[in-house]
Design a protein around this ligand. Structure first.
Ligand code: GDP
Ligand code: MG
Length: 750
């Protein structure tokens, strides 16, 4: 089996090409460095299948970033049969800088000139024949996005496999060429593999190389001192020589259609003048975020119903299916329309299940198990899928267009005060989707301390699975009080999560993780239209995952919850008397723990359901509302009449059964949002950070969620407690400042 490696700068289109070759659904973003994982796929259109490895994006093969080390080690140690070097044709010179380094390896190498569609559009041309001759490598024009010429690329690559390629260097004629030749001879004598590559690195005084060959390193240094006049810094000389060679020999192959290229660049710049404005940039970002929430969650699109009264009244008029789906008290947002449609569907399925089972003569226990236990929970969760997808569609568009990279850049200055760099932004935003990939993405952060801090706050960026909790409870509060908008409640809860994250970062930075953030260097790609295919793939990936989870973990835990809440310790069916069930007695046991949070002992006879839901949430956050769904079916005696949305009706049932206050409900959301995330995320965190830090992380999540929800509940119920909390915070701040002074003194003594 052959193995080909894809190497290239960040954003040159490696992942896009990887997907085109392997048909995999790996996520493609605009973020330099998303590809830190090694991704492997198989290309099947050749005689023998070929393994394709998507290497992390790199600008050079120096040992400065984890990406560079990963890519370098792979190329040197795993000896791929061919390297496909992806070159972004719209940034030819900068991309060829890496090519001049890859050339020095003794591995077959072909250049894939990518983004030629953009080149065409601009009217620029590259003389491929001439470039091929000058660079001495096969050069194939492709467009990874449109999958043009990729099979030709693979044919050329396969052809190059047999030929024994020897590394060549563009540095031969440079001031330092003789030193490289000298080092190469020394390494050849030692029978080092890829002697030319190592020779160059040795001359560069590359850390890893000097460690590997200390004696030769000394000799090379002496040689340079004696023979290479004017070379003070070998590394700088080499970089300079590479660029000079590229400009002198390769640049002329590119002919620009001057004006057009300039126009496109200036268009991007013009947009940036507004979107990344010094002080308006971040407010604009917040407004964009709110607009996204509005289009996803609002039942009164653009507040038309509220502003134009007759329109609102007309929308409120009773009607059939159309009314249920499209209008509430105004026009529904696209997200809500989809939600309603799916809800109609799941409701019908539930009904049919009941009717079918009755017709088959099933007994009450079985019908309860299937309709309330399994389907009730799953349906409650599935209804939220459309809104999650709509939210993700918006996020993906922002990401793929290049806007998110700019936000990271804008936030870098602000983030530094919190001890992390702009790099932390991407994992945080991904956290709104799912904490698991977000935690894995923290690998792009070079600094260990920064990485742990970021990983710890990721769960505070409320993930898609927590959305049902927010929506169902916000919906129930609006329904019960008749005031407020669900989008405003959800938006504020998301903001609360973000604020808690920032506060935690600040505290960590001043206590356990002192020090400054690592520098953040990033180039901003020009804005461009996101590809529909990528968006669809990304959304499908999300949906698949969500549906799988609904029908496996969620069904299983719903059945367990149903069983525990319908059977007593004597293994007898309790037949509606849920207070005597196993679950009730377990719930009552832990219920007092939540008293300070507003959903503990102060609640009525059935108050334990909140404690139970918070615990089942540890399996998967969807379980919180799914548990309500299952229990509401059992509590049917308390059920509220009328038609309510999936989830909302269940929460209303819970409110009626327990007498929980609105503030208690908000505290309940806060607790679930901030506490230990689901099993999967906990496992990911364990994998990403060491055992010692992991224990503290768990404790950190527990304490933070408990404190913040207690604060929410007490201040919300008795406003004057705000003063007590303010005093507590003031004392804590004083202690931290004192601790810092002492630590600084100690540091300056050393
Ligand atoms: P990577 O960082 O090297 O993995 O780059 P990606 O595959 O993530 O691509 C970066 C961006 O460039 C994505 O938004 C792609 O849609 C876009 N892109 C990749 N290849 C092409 C191409 O051939 N033409 C155009 N127009 N865009 C491309
Ligand atoms: Mg990539």
């Amino acid at each position: 089996m052959l193995t080909f490696a894809l190497a290239g700068n960040p954003n040159s289109g490696k992942t896009t090409l990887f997907n085109a070759l392997t048909g995999s659904t790996a996520h493609v973003g605009n973020w330099p460095g998303v590809t830190v994982d090694k991704r492997v796929g198989t290309y099947k259109k050749s005689h023998t299948p070929i393994d394709i490895v998507d290497l992390p994006g790199i600008y050079s093969l120096s040992p400065y970033t984890p990406e560079e080390v990963i890519a370098r080690n792979f190329l040197l140690n795993e000896s791929p049969d061919c390297i496909i070097n992806i070159v972004d044709a719209t940034n030819l010179e900068r991309n060829l800088y890496l090519t001049t380094q890859l050339m020095e390896l003794d591995v077959p190498l072909v250049v894939a000139l990518n983004m030629t569609d953009v080149l065409d559009k601009r009217g620029d041309t590259i003389d491929v024949r001439s470039l091929e001759k000058r660079i001495g490598l096969p050069v194939i024009e492709i467009s990874a996005l449109r999958a043009t010429n990729v099979d030709e690329l693979m044919q050329r690559a396969v052809k190059s496999v047999g030929a024994k390629r020897k590394g060549v260097s563009v540095l031969r004629e440079s001031a330092i060429g003789s030193a490289i030749a000298n080092a190469e001879i020394a390494l050849k004598l030692k029978e080092v593999e890829a002697p030319l590559f190592h020779a160059v690195k040795l001359v560069e005084k590359d850390e890893l190389e000097v460690k590997a060959h200390p004696q030769e390193a000394k000799a090379v240094e002496a040689f340079i001192l004696e023979n290479c006049v004017g070379v003070e810094d070998a590394e700088a000389t080499i970089a300079d020589a590479r660029y000079k060679y590229i400009t002198a020999h390769f640049s002329s192959t590119l002919t620009r259609a001057r004006k057009q290229a300039y126009d496109e660049l200036s268009k991007s710049d013009k947009v940036d003048k507004v979107l990344t404005h010094k002080w308006a940039g971040i407010p604009i970002f917040l407004v964009i975020l709110f607009a996204i929430f509005h289009f996803t969650f609002s039942e009164d699109l653009l507040y038309l119903g509220a502003l134009i009264k007759p329109f609102g009244e007309w929308c409120g008029v009773e009607g059939g299916i159309a009314k249920g789906v499209f209008f509430s008290g105004g026009l529904n947002s696209p997200g809500v329309m989809l939600f309603n449609a799916v809800e109609l569907l799941t409701g019908k399925i539930g009904e049919l299940l009941g009717v079918g089972l009755t017709a088959l003569g099933a007994n009450d226990v079985l019908i309860g198990l299937v309709c309330d236990g399994a389907w009730g929970g799953v349906a409650g969760v599935l209804s939220f899928l459309p809104q999650i997808l709509v939210l993700f569609l918006f996020f993906s568009i922002l990401e793929d267009s290049g806007y998110m990279a700019r936000v990271a850049f804008m936030l870098d200055r602000l983030f530094r005060r919190f001890g992390v760099s702009g790099r932390a932004f991407m994992p945080m935003i991904m956290g709104f989707g799912c904490s698991v990939p977000a935690m894995i993405n923290t690998r792009t952060m070079a600094d260990e301390r920064e990485r742990t801090a970021t990983l710890r706050v990721i769960p505070f960026f409320s993930c898609g699975a927590k959305m049902p909790i927010l929506l169902a409870i916000a919906g129930a509060i609006v329904e019960k009080t008749g005031v407020g908008n669900a989008d405003i409640i959800t938006y504020s809860m998301y903001l609360l999560g973000v604020l808690v994250a920032l506060a935690s970062l600040l505290i960590m930075r001043n206590t356990t993780m002192r020090g400054d953030a690592s520098p953040f260097i990033m180039e901003l790609p020009a804005y461009h239209m996101p590809g529909a295919k990528n968006l669809v793939l990304h959304l499908w990936d999300k949906a698949k995952h969500f549906i799988q989870k609904a029908f496996t973990i969620i069904v299983a835990s719903c059945i367990i919850v149903w069983f525990l809440s319908n059977f007593g310790w004597n293994w007898k069916y309790v037949n509606g008397a849920m207070q005597t069930s196993i679950l009730a007695s377990l719930g009552q046991l832990i219920q007092p723990l939540f008293t300070p949070l507003g959903f503990g002992a102060q609640l009525g006879a059935n108050g334990w359901v909140f404690a139970v839901a918070a615990i089942t949430g540890l399996i998967a956050k969807e379980d919180v509302i799914a548990t309500f769904g299952t229990l509401a079916g059992c509590l049917i005696g308390f059920a509220v009449g009328g038609e309510y949305e999936e989830g909302v009706g269940e929460v209303l049932t819970m409110i009626n059964a327990t007498g929980i206050t609105n503030v208690g409900l908000i505290a309940f959301i806060a607790f679930n949002m901030l506490t230990i995330p689901c099993f999967a995320a906990v496992a990911a965190a364990r994998g990403e950070i060491g055992k010692g830090k992991f224990k503290w992380t768990l404790l950190f999540w527990l304490v933070t969620s408990y404190l913040v929800s207690t604060m929410v509940y007490t201040i919300g119920s008795w406003w004057w407690t705000a003063f007590i909390w303010a005093a507590v915070v003031a004392v804590a701040v004083c202690i931290i400042i004192a601790y810092n002074k002492k630590a600084d003194k100690k540091a300056s003594k050393n």
